[in-house]
Design a protein around this ligand. Structure first.
Ligand code: SAM
Length: 335
């Protein structure tokens, strides 16, 4: 399953495919060795994003409430693997995988079976599935490979799901494609994370066109200590310190709400640091706000935000004329 030696030519070819993807990419996996190479590097980075997104979702009260899981565009299976690692996998009856590449479906099935030998894993063409009832739908890094028609029919397909967990790259284009999917699904689903409200995404307002909903995951130490990772970063021209991503977690409206985020705010992107103050782009119940946080107004909060270790969910307890006067990370309320 693991690629032995890094094959830089294959990795560069795949990188070019991903960078050029503008819908209808066609099948680019040529062998299971392509998938093994992908799994070792690109998918590992995607897995770190999944870890961060799952942590953020759990902070917002997300939990597994489905008996089945469906991974659409599964590639090497990293989304399912990370999700299974983070939940009680024994609560799941079956995992379904779909990718228009048979090689990918088989690679993912083997990877999941190797780690979870007692779990039933099947390959399932969506056209053979009547409903995603009692199913957690997963998708990861697929939207920029799809046409508008594909994205429409995918939104139609997931409508019957019980839960949705979707992770995409943190580029403005991918983020916008994801928030568009979100708004298509608001009739049947309630947002769990990252959204603090269930109104149409404020990013779609004209005045917010230059912003996008994205976050940063933290790479593990191996990304900086392993020689192959250093070479990967150099050859692919990827800054390994930066792991931007977008994500979307929805529960069907028939479920009890995960946790009320009334009065909570979501910090988007990276707070910008200046001498004595920070600027914080925040998604609040009244829309998007670009706040100033002066160190002298709330030194504890200012320090927490500067360190960036307390997640992205906050409560601004006092804001005056675009300035946060006081606030705290949302999880402090839980303890
Ligand atoms: C960048 S890879 C991401 C793979 C995996 N989800 C991950 O996060 O690592 C995109 C995957 O979507 C699949 N894909 C692209 N278009 C598709 C389509 N129309 N139907 C099914 N799978 C598709 C590709 O074959 C590929 O495996």
């Amino acid at each position: 399953m693991e690629a032995n030696a890094a094959d830089w030519n294959t990795l560069e070819r795949l990188r070019t495919e991903f960078l050029n993807a503008k819908g209808a990419t066609g099948v680019y996996w040529k062998s299971s060795s392509d998938l093994a190479q992908y799994h070792r590097f690109f998918a590992a980075r995607i897995g770190w994003k999944w870890d961060d997104a799952i942590e953020q979702a759990k902070q917002a009260g997300w939990q597994l409430r489905s008996a089945r899981l469906f991974d659409w565009g599964c590639g090497s299976g990293i989304a399912t693997l990370r999700l299974l690692d983070a939940v009680d996998s024994e609560a799941l009856e079956e995992v379904f995988l779909w990718d228009h590449s048979t090689l990918a479906c088989e690679f993912a099935r083997n990877a999941i079976a190797a780690r979870y030998p007692n779990l039933k894993v099947s390959i399932a063409n969506p056209s053979s599935i009547a409903s995603l009832e009692d199913t957690l739908f997963l998708a990861s890094h697929v939207l920029n490979e799809l046409t508008l028609n594909d994205r429409d029919s995918l939104a139609g397909f997931v409508r019957s799901a019980s839960q949705i967990f979707w992770v995409e790259p943190g580029s403005s284009q991918s983020s916008r494609l994801l928030t568009e999917q979100r708004d298509r699904l608001l009739g049947e689903f309630s947002p769990v994370a990252p959204c603090v409200g269930s109104q149409s995404c404020p990013m779609h307002r004209e005045e917010n066109a230059r912003h996008w909903c994205h976050f940063f995951a933290k790479p593990p130490v191996e990304a900086f200590t392993d020689g192959d990772w250093a070479r990967f970063g150099q050859i692919m021209e990827i800054d390994l310190r930066s792991l931007p991503y977008s994500f979307l977690v929805l529960d069907a409206k028939r479920h009890e709400p995960a946790r009320s985020l009334d009065g909570k705010s979501r910090v988007l992107g990276r707070p910008r640091q200046y001498k004595g103050f920070s600027r914080i782009f925040s998604c609040d119940h009244n829309g998007l706000n670009d706040y100033e946080l002066q160190k002298r107004d709330d030194k504890t909060l200012w320090k927490i935000i500067k360190k960036g270790k307390s997640g992205t969910l906050y409560e601004w307890t006092e804001t005056v004329s675009g300035r946060i006067r006081s606030g705290k990370p949302a999880e402090q309320e839980e303890s």
